[in-house]
Write a protein that binds this ligand. Structure first.
Ligand code: PLP
Length: 394
């Protein structure tokens, strides 16, 4: 791979390793192990494996290495480690670097499982976690203290699409030597410049836009070579959350088209936000890429475009939201996002059901809120489907 290649070229050719057959499409090395020429070479490889030397698929595999190299090159990270799911990536990124007595500051608005890891698991092992409103810099400033080991946040929070200022929070964290770990799913690798803006570690659920066609679970952690190979890899390879070679192949193919897909989906999301803005049946239309978003300037500076997800708040509450969802014909009721198929979710009764009512209210997860992940369908067809379902919802 050439350093001068631009992103679209890296997405197609980055990280490619060809076997002796010189295949065009990347090979799936569906093997758990590798044969050594001699007992001596096995012993040598266990001391130090070279770039093209593998030991066991839990430690690394050629197809997985291609995916890691390709996504690292897209993100501008020194290195990457691929994981079995997005949650294996989030929990591994945190747990591998923390120990009892450490202090972490986290944004409160998180994907349910991320909140569980921070609130229920890390604290069980003696890590102290302070939660803040991720959009309020004064709260970050008050909570980060000398000795804070890490800060964690979703750069765009699920499902209310609040945006955290990466550069500002990283400045506060770095002033006390804390590591900045961001879950960047909603920003997508296409619109991300998180490392350039101060993130030390970037985590993706590859299940979302990287696969982009709803087939397999996966995740990836990106960061410095020291952190990835020195801190994360030993933890992941011994605790078992590595990505399978088949999954890595699906994700490699996903990266080839991610730029085209995510840009097209974001364009449609913006068109839908514009068309529905001011609709009398909606209390709110939330889309980071629309001028009405309270942090629109930050979105422009941080990622350029608004991404593939928007949120609609129906005035008629849960009953109207359910009537709306049940009337959709093209948009599916499901809970993935970033998929080629448009998907609608009712967070209050599904993904965020576990939260007590006060916490839902504090996070803006109202009974009428519907999260809409915009797919690759014709945007005119999507607008017709949404408009008809809003008519039914009343
Ligand atoms: C989906 C998601 C995860 C978890 O990813 P999985 O691949 O489902 O394990 C973590 N964070 C965010 C923001 C997500 O959307």
């Amino acid at each position: 791979m050439s350093e001068s290649w631009n992103k679209r070229t890296r997405l197609v050719h980055g990280g490619t390793r060809r076997s002796q057959y010189n295949e065009v499409s990347e090979a799936i090395f569906l093997t758990q192990g590798f044969v050594y020429d001699s007992a001596e070479s096995a012993a040598a490889r266990f001391i130090k494996a070279g770039d093209d030397e593998f030991i066991y698929a839990r430690y690394g595999n050629p197809t997985v290495a291609m995916f890691e190299e390709r996504i690292a090159s897209l993100e501008g990270a020194e290195d990457a480690f691929a994981t079995a799911s997005g949650m294996a990536a989030v929990s591994g990124a945190l747990t591998s670097m923390l120990r009892a007595g450490d202090h972490v500051v986290s944004a409160r608005a998180l994907f349910g499982s991320c909140l569980y890891v921070l609130e229920e698991i890390l604290t069980r092992f003696g890590v102290e976690v302070s939660f803040v409103d991720g959009t309020d810099l004064d709260q970050w400033r008050a909570a980060i203290r000398p000795g804070t080991r890490a800060v964690f946040f979703e750069t765009i929070a699920n499902p209310t699409l609040d945006v955290v200022d990466i550069r500002a929070v990283a400045g506060l964290a770095h002033a006390v030597g804390a590591v900045v770990i961001v879950d960047n799913v909603f920003a997508t690798p296409v619109f991300s410049n998180a490392i350039g803006q101060g993130a030390d570690v970037v985590v993706y659920s590859a299940t979302k836009h990287i696969d982009g066609q709803g087939r397999t679970l996966g995740g990836v952690v990106l960061g410095s070579r020291d952190y990835i190979r020195g801190t994360l890899e030993p933890y992941m390879k011994h605790t078992g959350g590595s990505m399978s070679p088949f999954t890595a192949w699906v994700m490699l193919k996903g990266l080839e088209t991610i730029d085209l897909r995510v840009r097209a989906q974001s364009e449609s999301a913006l068109a839908i936000a514009e068309a529905l803005q001011g609709d009398p049946r909606l209390a709110r239309v939330i889309y980071p890429g629309h001028a009405s978003h309270p942090q629109h300037d930050l979105v422009r500076a941080q990622m350029g475009q608004g991404g593939t997800v928007l949120a609609l708040d129906l005035k008629g509450g849960q009953e109207a939201a359910f009537r709306f969802l049940n009337a959709l014909e093209i948009v599916l009721i499901s809970n993935n996002l970033g998929d080629a198929k448009s998907i609608a979710t009712h967070p209050a009764t599904t993904t965020h059901q576990r939260l007590p009512a006060e916490q839902k209210a504090a996070l803006g997860i109202t009974p009428g809120l519907v999260r809409l992940s915009v797919g690759l369908e014709d945007v005119g067809d999507l607008l017709a489907d949404l408009g008809r379902a809003l008519d039914v919802a009343g």
